[in-house]
Ligand binder design. Structure first.
Ligand code: F0G
Length: 539
């Protein structure tokens, strides 16, 4: 017999505590002035709630902390390297929710187990996917560990830039996406190419009746008509890659449907263009598909991931998000897939002259570290391995995504204009609506809103609109693709309902007082790449 309540039973509890100091608004203002009103430069130790980023800010589980003691800091082929590769195969490609690598590692001490570990871990001969095994990583390297997501992007673009320049001198390339993240845009621009963000902007700011959709409308999808138009207008030969970001961070953390990824993959492959996943939040996206897309309700996150990854040729991922870890990144491409074919060089008889995997490996080793650690410590690798498995737990994802929705609904009900439904990793304030469409695009009012949240209430958000997306520096068609929003990113496994209620009360009060928020001007670094990290501002 069950004894149901109308309150849910908790799924976890806090195991380690960090105390926060009491700080006054006057002290925060002093710090803001001293750091040129750059929100990234504000001291974290003076905040009550830090919603700047969900990246690397995760509170890890006890299992992850435990795994760190198994970290192997050997320089060549540390144990964690094998465990990590197998963890990727498990969570992205096998679809069966086992924890083979971890279980093997725990048992890997005596002679019998060494035989088993040789067969199943060290010398495994998987090939064909994103994670070639054993000797194949030397013959056809396709998996590159790096410290974080932007290193994967830089690795990719640093290597393909000279290749493209040599093959097609003087050409300007366009790289479309459902929306690139700011570092991806920065890397593409630094290659001299044009990033384009092809999402459904009208749909994004639509508010459903009563604030709730019956099913999530997948506002992160690529607008397929816009993609086809773009391919026609610039010509497929000028599009070396097509991206999809899951979930779509720059489009308010909104999820991407399986149907959309399947369709974009078909278009890309019809033209022989490699399809790249920015998979920073792969697991949250799988959760949304399970809960909202027809045909997936009975599938596990692992099964959904297996299908999702099957549509792509390249994965670039920051593992500081859906690695449930504080560190990590990966670039991987499908063994012998479109990316490998387009970017390798072949002899006339079809044999490989230059394998793109070897070029990436040279760059990985020279910039980040030997291939078996790629700039990560052995204990960080182990925490990441376990974190990948944490991310595919339904109970965890359910609690997390619903915490974001609780915040979004609370803000909506308090009158603060937010994008609905919530994204998978946070809630985004609609800046233009917040100010009654009265502030222009060069007033950087979203950044000002964000700074006033720090000043008045000790809450740090992140502006992801006119200021950080460089509205004033863009072409008219790129300007139309900017979402002028301020994000409240929710750290994984860290905040309670009390934190959410504090944010709701603060934002609701600031909304009432919105006319007292000053405009901002940039006093240094307006044209610096990725200026929001280092430019100076002033009210
Ligand atoms: N791609 C996406 C979709 C991201 O959200 C991020 C980082 C990156 C790539 C770069 O990864 O930080 O590990 O180098 N996003 C963080 C954020 C910083 O706050 O949204 P990284």
């Amino acid at each position: 017999m069950e004894y149901p309540l109308n309150v849910e039973a908790p799924k976890s509890f806090t195991h380690v505590v960090r105390n926060l100091p009491t700080v006054t608004a006057e002290q925060r203002l002093r710090a803001l002035k001293a750091t040129h009103y750059n929100e990234f430069a504000f001291p974290a130790g003076m905040l009550y709630v830090d919603c700047l980023s969900d990246s690397g800010t995760t509170s890890m589980t006890d299992a992850q902390w435990g795994a760190m003691f198994l970290g192997d800091e050997s320089y060549g082929r540390n144990k964690g390297y094998y465990v990590l590769l197998d963890a990727f195969r498990d969570v992205w490609e096998r679809g069966d929710q086992q924890k083979r690598a971890i279980d093997l590692l725990r048992s890997g001490v005596d002679k019998d187990d060494v035989e088993k570990m040789m067969d199943e871990l060290y010398l495994v001969d998987t090939e064909g996917g994103f994670i070639n095994g054993g000797s194949y990583q030397l013959e056809r390297p396709n998996t590159f560990i790096v410290p974080q997501g932007r290193c994967a992007e830089a690795l990719l673009f640093d290597v393909i830039k000279p290749l493209l320049a040599k093959r097609y001198p003087g050409k300007v390339f366009t790289i479309p996406s459902n929306a690139h993240f700011d570092t991806t845009e920065g890397n593409i621009k630094q290659m001299g190419s044009v990033p384009r963000n092809l999402f459904h902007k009208e749909l994004l700011f639509e508010i459903p009746e009563g604030g709730k959709y019956e099913k999530n409308p997948f506002k992160g999808d690529m607008d397929i008509d816009k993609l086809n138009q773009l391919l026609d207008s610039v010509g497929i030969e000028n599009v070396p890659l097509i991206y999809t970001t899951v979930t779509n961070n720059s489009v308010c953390g909104q999820p991407v449907s399986m149907a959309n990824m399947r369709a974009v993959s078909a278009i890309a492959h019809k033209h022989g263009i490699p399809f790249v996943m920015d998979g920073a939040r792969w697991a949250e996206n799988c959760y949304f598909i399970k809960m909202n897309e027809e045909g997936y309700a009975d599938k596990s996150i692992a099964e959904i991931a297996k299908e999702m990854f099957s549509y792509f040729d390249v994965v670039s991922a920051s593992l500081k998000k859906n690695g449930h870890a504080n560190m990590g990144g990966l670039l991987a491409f499908r063994d012998k897939g479109y990316f490998w074919k387009n970017f390798s060089e072949f002899n006339e008889d079809g044999s490989v002259k230059v394998d793109i995997g070897h070029l990436l490996k040279v760059r990985q080793i020279s910039a980040y570290g030997n291939d078996s650690y790629g700039g990560m410590s052995g204990h960080d690798i182990m925490a990441l391995c376990v974190g990948l498995y944490e991310e595919q737990r339904f109970e965890y994802q359910d609690e997390r995504v619903r915490q974001c929705e609780y915040l979004a609904q609370g803000l909506h009900q308090a009158g603060v204009p937010v994008v609905l439904p919530a994204g998978g990793h946070g809630v985004y304030i609609d800046v233009d609506k917040f100010f009654g469409y009265k502030r222009d695009h060069e007033s950087f009012a979203g950044q000002a809103l964000s700074l006033e949240m720090i000043h008045r209430y000790g809450i740090r958000c992140s502006e992801l609109g006119d200021f950080s997306m460089e509205y004033d520096l863009k072409t008219p068609e790129q300007k139309a693709e900017v979402c002028n929003v301020v994000r409240l990113a929710i750290n994984r496994s860290q905040y309670s309902k009390q934190h959410m209620d504090y944010i709701i009360a603060a934002a609701a009060q600031l909304y009432k007082d919105r006319d007292t928020i000053p405009n901002l001007k940039i006093t240094f670094g307006r044209t610096l790449p990725m200026r929001h990290f280092h430019a100076w501002l002033e009210p």
